[in-house]
Write a protein that binds this ligand. Structure first.
Ligand code: SF4
Length: 891
């Protein structure tokens, strides 16, 4: 067991995205953890992206929940466990099993997920357990089940190497799955072609062979148009369809009911007919095609239809189960797949079994459970609506932050604040959701956990502990098992360690298995030692080992062994734009952050690329509103409004805007995207429509603005209406703010932020510009800095931030404090491109102008792009846009 002292390297798995990169973690004593990519792990072969590379910066104890709390006060574990058990038992006794719910997470390990699912579905007797994976890939799950008979991802990462054409459908791999993207970039240099279907010109689209910037929610029309074109060209694999697919004639008839000419499809999708024709031809001519689809397809009221349209094209051409040919849903979370496997979704029972009588009886026999859930439970959005209207009276949230991440998140906050009992188990103590907990339970974090995760290619990998459990934190599976014990179910939850849980889980996959492809049979007897050393393996696991790709024999787990092609009709957005809300709001991720910032904000280097919430908008939409780059902008929808910084860019499609979803009340109370999103879901998958909400924009028109630097984080004083963003830095916290009030508002904030500051005070005031600058020193060190102005300029923050790391200020630094910049130095003010080396756009542009003509030359000149490589697409874009100086011989 890791004790935090320096010892041998531990092989584990990155906790962020669904690529599931192997990580070698080397404890350096205390909470120090060296991190590098595991060259032996087949998912990444030693590579890590910026997030994975910064894992060592996120394992400190800042913000950790280290003791159970009841009503905000520390409590012993037995008391906290009893409180949760009693609340759930009492609620079930008084109101029935469907009055309670678990909302769990793709951050949980498979063992955690298994135990939570067993307790809810087999012992409490409700289907009310759902996962935040509902927000990322529930539509793909539903499409897989309809087309293949089970939630099965056919392909593997090797297919990405073998493909001659990769189609990215609503998938910004360069930012969301960077290590896979780099793998494909390498193939591209050897002839692989990339087509990107995305309304935004993302970094994935930037250097691709063909970008189709389709209008929002026209994906089904485009993929149906492709299939119709394949039929016209005779590119359908009639032999494969005849042998292995049902439903082709129905799909053909449905397509024939519409005008599927290239021009009609192109007009409806808002793309150039010539480009669409090029895509259709490329697809038809390239047998080795992989179609990746992710959030851009899934997060939609038509998410299932989009998935089915993609699967239809692959089934019709027989491009499935073959090397380099597959439709490939890429998951967002590290263990979204593990949750899908065990039954962490409300509409699946367990181990790919549904709620039919035979499956319920089988699982009940296996578990020896007293009562089984009668049917599916409530999916995420419906679950919190049920909390809000009182049908659910006790909820347990595990390892996720729904107060930030669910659509119309303000309603979720209302629901939680009115719920009679809320338990939250989390490794962090100050998330927006923990704030609503009657009982908060400290869980282990990454680097401490022990169990397994499954990545996007069905590969099970171990997460192993490299650090000792801090404080009183415990594994999630054990917390759930202890509560189950306190509810009277101890015998069925009496595991001694995660290996035992895993064995039981593996046995369930094999139990009375007459055709379920999800099977871990040979691992059902795994010894503790073998579990400890378990190498990454892809399910189905057979006596011969793992399985790279599925359906190689053309057989599918349906009653007749055939895949199903299912007609899907193109439909417009569930909520069209109108005069009041003329723009389509699309939300998503940025390159270097993860989910709701609870962990990536602990690594200041990850905040440099996108330091604060923003809205990206096309110049033609920005200009009529008077919006310019960097200006504070109000984004409003029917659900709410936010104030964020404008980024004006032609990479955005006219009529569409984009906001990242990461920022929470803890970091930017007025910069949150999800409270703006409507609670519209796909009717089959329950996945919310995060990619299209009608919206409008307008300038915020602040009357003053400023920033505050301090060694600790501050929140805006209660009652202030200032726009507030906190940006963690090394050695201090940067708080940016702006307001629409007058001088008293500014002065009230200054007083609140500088109250109690001791030591020397330096002050400068310019009444004509409404400017105030103050700095407070503690001995020779800078302690707080407050700059605000109504009409003047503010200096760049970098130099002042650097001073917080200085052991003592020199006389020159002290004299320049209120100027905000070191005399005689040139400041770089452009955005950070390379987070690893902190290289700004200015320096990269200078290198290009000076003659760096490719990525390697830029790397040699500046260091940018030479570490994890996540910024290489952005540097490539700069290379294509900035002409090098023509150097002429003066003679
Ligand atoms: S691509 Fe990055 S975030 Fe995803 S698993 Fe690999 S290192 Fe982690």
């Amino acid at each position: 067991m890791a004790d935090g002292s320096p010892h041998a390297a531990v092989k584990t798995t990155c906790p962020y995205c669904g690529v599931g990169c192997g990580v070698t973690a080397t404890p350096g004593g205390g909470r120090v953890l060296g991190v590098r990519g595991d060259a032996d792990h087949p998912a990444n072969l030693g590579r890590l992206c910026s997030k994975g590379a910064a894992l060592g910066s996120t394992v400190g104890l800042e913000g950790r929940l280290l003791q159970p709390r009841i009503a905000g006060r520390p409590a012993p574990w037995p008391v906290a466990i009893r409180a949760v058990a009693q609340a759930f038992s009492r609620t079930v006794a008084e109101h029935g099993p469907d009055a309670v719910a678990f909302y769990v997470s793709g951050q949980l390990l498979t063992e955690d997920y298994y135990v939570a699912n067993k307790l809810m579905k087999g012992f409490i007797g409700s289907g009310n357990i759902d996962t935040n994976s509902r927000l990322c890939m529930a539509s793909a799950v539903a499409a897989h089940k309809l087309a293949f008979g089970a939630d099965l991802v056919p392909g593997c990462y090797e297919d990405l190497d073998l493909a001659d054409l990769v189609v990215f459908s609503g998938h910004n791999a360069a930012w969301t799955h960077p290590v896979l993207f780099r793998r494909m970039e390498a193939r591209r240099e050897r002839g692989q072609r990339h087509v990107v279907i995305d309304p935004r010109r993302t970094d994935t689209a930037e250097g691709c062979d063909l970008h189709l910037p389709l209008a929002p929610q026209t994906d089904v029309r485009l993929w149906n148009g492709l299939l119709a074109d394949l039929m016209r060209r005779g590119a359908v694999d009639r032999g494969y369809v005849a042998a292995h697919v049902s439903g082709f004639a129905d799909v053909e008839a449905q397509l024939n009911a519409d005008d599927q000419s290239v021009h009609a499809v192109a007009a409806d999708c808002g793309v150039a007919a010539a480009d669409l024709e090029t895509f259709f031809r490329l697809f038809a001519e390239t047998p080795r095609t992989v179609s990746l689809f992710s959030m851009g397809a899934n997060q939609s009221a038509q998410g299932v239809a989009k998935g089915l349209a993609i699967l239809n094209a692959h089934l019709a051409t027989g491009r499935i189960g073959k090397p380099g040919a597959a439709p490939f849903s890429i998951t967002g979370q590290p263990n979204a797949m593990g949750g899908r496997e065990v039954g962490g979704m409300a509409n699946m029972l367990a181990a790919h079994m549904d709620f039919d009588e035979a499956s319920r009886a089988r699982v009940q026999r296996f578990w020896g459970s007293p009562v089984m859930a009668a049917g599916p439970g409530l999916k995420a959005v419906d679950m919190f609506e049920a909390v809000r209207d009182g049908r659910i009276k006790a909820i347990w949230i595990m390892a996720t932050n729904p107060a930030v991440s669910l659509p119309n998140a303000s309603r979720v906050r209302e629901a939680l604040s009115g719920c009679p009992f809320v338990a939250v188990s989390d490794c962090m103590g100050d998330t927006d959701s923990v704030a609503y907990a009657h009982v908060a339970l400290p869980a282990l974090g990454w680097g401490e956990k022990d169990g397994t995760v499954t990545n996007s290619e069905r590969r099970i990998s171990r997460q192993r502990p490299a650090l000792a459990a801090p404080g009183e934190a415990r594994p999630d599976w054990r917390i759930v098992a202890d509560v189950a014990g306190a509810m009277g179910f101890g015998d069925a939850f009496a595991w001694r360690g995660p290996a035992q849980v895993f064995r039981e889980w593996a046995r369930l996959t094999a139990y009375e298995n007459q055709g379920r492809m999800l099977s871990l049979g040979p691992l059902a007897t795994i010894t503790p030692d073998a579990y400890e050393t378990l190498a990454p393996v892809q399910w189905p696991v057979t006596a011969g080992g793992g399985t790279a790709r599925l359906f190689t024999d053309g057989r599918f787990p349906t009653p007749d062994g055939r895949a199903r092609m299912i007609p899907v009709a193109a439909a417009g957005p569930a909520q069209p734009t109108d005069a009041a809300y003329p723009l389509s709001l699309n939300t998503g991720r940025v390159r270097d952050h993860w989910h709701t910032l609870t962990r990536t904000a602990l690594a200041p280097e990850l905040g440099r690329h996108a330091p604060e919430p923003y809205v990206e908008i096309h110049p033609t939409d920005a200009a009529p509103q008077g919006l310019t780059e960097g200006r504070l902008t109000r984004v409003a929808t029917a659900q709410g409004q936010a104030v964020v910084v404008a980024r004006v860019s032609d990479r955005q499609r006219p009529g569409s805007i984009f906001m990242p979803m990461h920022w929470s009340a803890a970091y930017a109370p007025s910069g949150q995207a999800n409270p703006l999103v409507a609670q519209i879901v796909d009717p089959r998958s329950g996945q919310p429509e995060f990619k299209h909400t009608p919206a409008r924009v307008a300038p915020y028109r602040e009357t003053w603005r400023g920033f505050f630097l301090a060694r600790t984080a501050w929140s805006p004083p209660k009652g202030t209406e200032v726009v507030w963003r906190r940006i963690p830095q090394t050695g201090c916290q940067l708080h940016e703010f702006a307001g629409r009030g007058d001088e008293p508002e500014r002065e009230a904030l200054r007083q609140a932020l500088t109250r109690g500051a001791g030591g020397d005070r330096l002050r400068y005031e310019d009444a004509s510009a409404g400017s105030v600058r103050e700095a407070f020193l503690a001995g020779d060190r800078v302690d707080r800095v407050f700059f605000a102005t109504a009409a003047g300029a503010l200096p760049p923050r970098d130099w002042l931030i650097e001073l917080f790391a200085a052991p003592a200020l020199g006389a020159a630094q002290r004299a320049a404090l209120l100027v905000g910049r070191e005399p005689g130095t040139l400041l770089e003010t452009g955005p950070v491109v390379c987070s690893c080396r902190n290289v700004r756009a200015d320096r990269i542009a200078a290198a290009i102008v000076a003659g760096a003509t490719d990525l390697n030359a830029v790397g040699e000149a500046t260091g940018a792009g030479a570490t994890c490589g996540s910024c290489r697409p952005e540097i490539a874009r700069m290379l294509s846009q900035i002409p090098a100086l023509e150097v002429r011989d003066a003679a």
